[in-house]
Design a protein around this ligand. Structure first.
Ligand code: ADP
Ligand code: MG
Length: 285
């Protein structure tokens, strides 16, 4: 008998017959803004799906870095999933257990993540991680994967299963070079995976000394799918409040940029991604 602490399991976990939309994010370099972007994508997906008729969209962020992932600390959440839950192979991991191990944030975003642990990525069994991703894809409307840069046995499955895989770069030559070489190595392993370039902290009104989106396109070999503006104040406030940015600065440029990317990846038109205009009713006399 293991001394695994297994939480109460709901009788009937909801089942999504079409499977979840899966979006994966990886940084070309450290600190590129992956976790912030993953969390805001989750919040934007929730808002967009709800505005487009999905009654209670269920979104889950999975932190695939079991050494030093920071999704829990960004949202100020405790861990429910432990390394031990992920140590016994695929068999014990099903939809019911996966849904019981997800923690729910006040914004109604679910999170599957362990507390950081030194060499935590070596302690988990890759087949457990794959089984957890599989199970989660049957429960949620959308899965957002925060994928570590260090290549792990589950990384390939995560990026290959994703409907969209964003490679996030800063606007520097080393970061763009790292993005290009990472994209090429991944496509060498599996040609069907198409990393999409996301320019983080991209200033549209660039100074002469800054790199432009054209420079990035030339360096990467393809145009970026999105640019995300720098917005230190909103990001800083969100982290210190333990919230996705949209819960703290809903009207910020950052949220607008991330919502644009999310709408594109969800296959929504521009009209579907914009808030409906308010219809003012004349008060009865
Ligand atoms: N677009 C942005 N503008 C300003 N600061 C940002 C932006 N994106 C991320 N940051 C900040 O950069 C730091 C690293 O972000 P994080 O999302 O944790 O990156 P990663 O997961 O790639 O390490 C955090 O302090 C975060 O607030
Ligand atoms: Mg991170």
């Amino acid at each position: 008998m293991s001394d695994l602490e297994i939480p109460a399991i709901p009788q009937e976990p909801s089942h999504k017959p079409d499977g979840a939309s899966v979006f994966a994010f990886m940084g070309a370099v450290g600190g590129a803004g992956v976790t912030s972007l993953a969390l805001q994508t989750a919040q934007s997906a929730k808002t967009l799906l709800r505005a487009n008729g999905v009654k209670d969209p269920e979104i889950c962020v999975i932190d695939l870095d079991f050494d030093c992932g920071s999704v829990l600390s960004h949202l100020d959440l405790p861990a429910r999933l432990t390394h031990e839950h992920l140590s016994y192979g695929a068999a014990p991991i099903d939809a019911a257990l996966t849904s019981a191990l997800a923690v729910c944030h006040a914004s109604d975003i679910h999170v599957l993540a362990t507390a950081p642990r030194l060499s935590g990525n070596d302690d988990v069994d890759p087949s457990s991680v794959l089984a957890m991703m599989d199970a989660a894809s049957t429960i949620y409307d959308a899965l957002i994967l925060d994928v570590p840069r260090m290549w792990r046995p589950w990384t390939h499955a995560a990026v290959a299963a994703a409907d969209h895989f964003g490679l996030i770069t800063e606007m520097t030559i080393p970061s763009l070079a790292a993005a290009r070489s990472r994209a090429e190595s991944i496509m060498d392993i599996q040609s069907s995976v198409k990393p999409e370039l996301i320019l983080s902290r991209y200033e549209r009104r660039a100074l002469k000394s800054n790199l432009s989106a054209k420079d990035a396109t030339r360096a990467f070999g393809r145009a970026p799918v999105a640019t995300i503006c720098p917005d230190e104040t909103s990001l800083h406030d969100a982290m210190n409040c333990g919230q996705p940015v949209g819960c703290v600065h809903a009207d910020s440029r950052y949220v607008k940029d991330v919502t644009g990317l999310t709408a594109k990846w969800l296959g929504m038109s521009k009209e579907q991604s914009e808030p409906k205009p308010r219809r003012w009713r004349r008060r009865a006399a």
